[in-house]
Design a protein around this ligand. Structure first.
Ligand SMILES: [Ca+2]
Ligand SMILES: [Ca+2]
Length: 245
């Protein structure tokens, strides 16, 4: 009785992938076609695995131990990062430098030329214009990006809210450091666009008046000193009418 064709399957592990050999001693033609297909699959390099799921991590240069406040506006007419302040209106250079690394086996190397538009800052309560909180340039030859120019955003963060809620994002995921910790500069942001509709107008003036004549609220404390007075009124007035470019 004819036992029919029998197949052998052989697996080989190599740097270029897993080689699967299917052998059929009776059907040489089919074996050839299968081998062409399988060898084509095997030629895909291992390295392509991280092009879809890269192991990226970052380093945040952040020397501050106190929380830093930064006022933002939709039109980008707020202070620069190096004009930020600690509580009390004390000047603080909050220039944000971030270095991004890619892990290839045991040896990491800087992620060079990564698009700045895919690196951004976000927190609950903040509303960016399109691209308004992204890094302006791509990562440099050492993997660094810098945030120094005004963000284009409205809304506000609650300083009493979740710690580390102001985070660095990379392609939609939280960027973490080598040990898995969040990259979260200790900053709180507010904006004369209090209601976060990306234009500073009478709607915001009404909310500001509510805080000014009522209970203190951080959202209106643009000159961050715990009181609402002419310094805050001045910042609101200076940005009235501001909107996304
Ligand atoms: Ca508004
Ligand atoms: Ca104030």
């Amino acid at each position: 009785m004819d036992p029919g064709p029998s197949f052998f399957v052989q697996l080989e592990l190599s740097r270029s992938g897993i080689l699967i050999k299917l052998q059929d001693p009776w059907r040489e033609k089919m074996k050839f076609k299968l081998n062409v297909l399988l060898i084509t699959i095997c030629l895909l390099p291992w390295g392509q695995a991280y092009s879809t799921a890269p192991d990226l991590w970052g380093v945040l240069e952040w020397p501050h131990t106190e929380t830093v406040q930064l006022m933002v506006t939709p039109g980008g007419n707020g202070p620069t990062f190096d004009e930020a302040s600690y509580f009390g209106g004390i000047s603080a250079d909050a220039t944000l430098r971030i270095q991004i690394w890619i892990q290839d086996g045991s040896s990491p190397f800087p992620l060079v030329g990564f698009p700045g538009e895919d690196i951004w800052l976000e927190a609950p309560g903040l509303v960016p214009c399109i691209g308004g909180s992204s890094a302006e340039g791509d990562t440099d030859t050492q993997g660094w990006v810098t945030f120094i120019n005004p963000l284009r955003m409205g809304g506000w963060m609650d300083p009493e809210g979740e710690p580390q809620s102001f985070r660095v994002m990379l392609s939609g995921d939280w960027l973490r450091d080598e040990t898995g910790g969040l990259l979260a500069p200790g900053m709180v942001l507010n904006s004369p666009d209090i209601n976060g509709d990306l234009v500073i107008d009478l709607g915001d003036l009404g909310l500001f008046a509510t805080d000014f004549f009522g209970a203190y609220n951080f959202r209106s404390d643009f000159f961050w000193d715990g009181v609402l007075n002419l310094a805050d009124v001045g910042r609101l007035a200076a940005s009235f009418g501001d909107q996304c470019p």
